[in-house]
Design a protein around this ligand. Structure first.
Ligand code: NOJ
Length: 551
């Protein structure tokens, strides 16, 4: 059977960590039962698919991306039965679930690694990981966690060899040249897909294979393995997807889609910092340049786009000059930086400017790809740059102004991370309940935005065509699908702007503004003029005059 239902193209994905959402048993850590109790909230927001960060048994030195058992649930989040209940309930609501397949590496506590280090050299058990006597091998591979690691090899005193790790040294890389590893990974995949998981985010997917003389990223052998895994999915399951986490330039990501026979989706990493750059520079150029460099993808594939996630706002896929600019604009305090990126949430990045936050979300919901919302950003949650690693953007969800922000009824001191108390992001001010009370809140605005987006398939599946009006502070593009012709006009500037649009191909069409459903003046023979408020945006549907009725 083929994954022929393109649900992922029309999805609104919401990314969350179970530990951060809602604690049902007062231990200070969120759990599946807590998450279940908040599904109404997510469904009302317009979310159609959850993406859960790792919830497997783990020493939690990399927030669960260091897995010690692939086929179980960490007891602090609940049981496998709880997880099954979650899937069933999501499906009952017509929602989907994406989980993590973290197979580039395991925790060093994983039994496979413990077995490997004591097994004889050259044995299949030892060969589950990548070993060497010489730590000079694969020298062209870059270091990813530059703040903590200074090599990709670590010495194992038990094995008396070095092992390869692209991330933390407690995360040894699996050896995908060993067919037994590929089989083991497929087994894990089957395990979760059989429970009903709809999609797998393939963590750190460019690094599966190493070869001397290369940077050990995106190698043909890696693609061959992914295609093999995809065949298994298509042969044995229906409508399941792969979402590739490949933080690479668009031309290097393109092969992850294959001929429509590898991954269904891939994150568009380089677009993300350029949205922030566009707003800071008040110039559409960075956004249009990167989209111009983005190759077409097969018809059954889709980009995943996002503003923020659980990691740093990565600046790996920008030039040195652009990186300096981003640090200057968005991370003056060194505490805001980590590795090659910025560890902050959306609202603080926008200096809590409501118009800026709205504009960024309007871009997220109208640019080509499936939007992914990071939990808490829909209410403008802040961050805590005094917490280590990337934990500052992983603090508990703020539900209301009560004890522990309504996240947990347990002790303050028991919380896995402190609630945000500093103004203006204090949980008493920024929380779901408060925002439900006012019709002008960000949360309620987000709900409308998502509602409008979901009404028109042109936003999820339409083509993307930029227009180039003289005023570069204004970013304009068309999203077209059949008779749905959407025109999105975005003012990236902090000042009011006007824009003159050459819309001669739409002469006699009426732009109907999508939120109010108000017709604007008809497009005539001269350039179409629009004025925009600071950080203002319009979404129009261009309708043939005959199709428009006005009151
Ligand atoms: C990518 C994940 O997004 C990140 O959080 C993690 O630290 C690395 N993979 C290593 O697993």
């Amino acid at each position: 059977m083929n994954a022929d239902d393109p649900w992922y193209k029309d999805a609104i994905i919401y990314q969350l960590h179970v530990k951060a959402f809602r604690d049902s048993n007062k231990d200070g850590v969120g759990d599946f039962a807590g998450l279940m109790s908040r599904l109404d909230y997510l469904q009302n927001l317009g979310v159609t698919c959850l993406w859960l960060l790792p919830f497997y048994p783990s020493p939690l030195k990399d927030d669960g991306y260091d897995i010690a058992n692939y086929e179980a649930v960490h007891p602090q989040y609940g049981t496998l039965d709880d997880f099954q209940r979650l899937i069933d309930e999501l499906h009952r609501r017509g929602m989907r679930l994406i989980t993590e397949l973290v197979v580039n590496h395991t925790s060093d506590q994983h039994p496979w690694f413990q077995r490997a280090r004591v097994a004889p050299r050259g044995s299949p058990e030892r060969d589950f990981y990548v070993w060497s006597d010489d730590p000079q091998r694969y020298r062209l591979a870059r270091i990813i966690f530059t703040d903590t690691e200074n090599a990709n090899w670590a010495w194992d005193p038990v094995a008396q060899q070095f092992y390869w790790h692209r991330f933390f040294s407690h995360q040894p890389d699996l050896n995908f040249d060993n067919p037994a590893v590929v089989e083991a990974v497929i087994r894990v995949m089957r395990f979760w897909l059989s429970m009903g998981v709809d999609g797998l985010r393939l963590d750190a997917v460019p690094y599966l294979i190493e070869r001397e003389g290369t940077n050990c990223e995106n190698l043909p052998e890696t693609h061959a393995i992914l295609k093999h895994m995809r065949r298994v999915v298509d042969d044995e399951f229906h409508s399941r997807i792969f979402l590739a986490e490949a933080n690479q330039w668009p031309t290097d990501v393109r092969p992850y889609f294959g001929d429509g026979d590898e991954c269904h989706m891939a994150f568009h990493f380089p677009l993300m910092p350029r949205m922030f750059m566009g707003v800071a520079k008040e110039d559409r150029t960075p956004i249009l340049e990167i989209l111009g460099q983005t190759p077409d993808i097969p018809a059954n594939c889709q980009w995943g786009i996002f503003l923020r996630n659980h990691d740093e706002l990565t600046l790996e896929m920008v030039t040195d000059e652009e990186r300096d600019y981003m640090y200057r604009e968005y991370a003056r305090d060194p505490r805001m930086r980590i590795n090659i990126g910025i560890r902050r949430r959306l609202a603080p990045l926008m200096d809590n400017g409501r118009r800026q936050i709205e504009l960024m979300n309007a871009l997220l919901m109208s640019m080509p790809g499936t939007p992914i919302i990071y939990y808490g950003d829909e209410i403008g949650m802040g961050d805590n740059i005094y917490l280590g690693d990337r934990n500052g953007v992983r603090t508990p969800m703020q539900w209301d102004a009560s004890w522990n922000a309504g996240f947990s009824d347990g002790d303050h001191a028991a919380l896995y991370a402190p609630i945000l108390v500093d103004m203006p992001y204090n949980y008493m001010a920024v929380n779901v309940a408060a925002q439900e009370r006012t019709s002008t809140s960000l949360l309620r605005w987000m709900r409308s935005l998502i509602g409008v987006r979901r009404k028109y398939l042109a936003f999820s599946r339409g083509t993307f065509r930029p227009l180039y009006p003289r005023n570069k502070r204004v970013l304009v593009y068309l999203r077209e699908r059949g008779d749905e012709v959407m025109m999105c006009v975005n003012n990236l500037s902090k000042h009011a702007q006007f824009v003159e649009l050459d819309l001669h191909e739409f002469r006699d069409h009426t732009p109907v503004e999508l939120w109010s459903e108000q017709p604007f003046p008809c497009i005539g023979t001269t350039e179409y003029m629009l004025s925009l408020a600071p950080y203002g945006f319009f979404w129009f549907r261009l309708m043939p005059a005959t199709a428009v009725t006005s009151d």
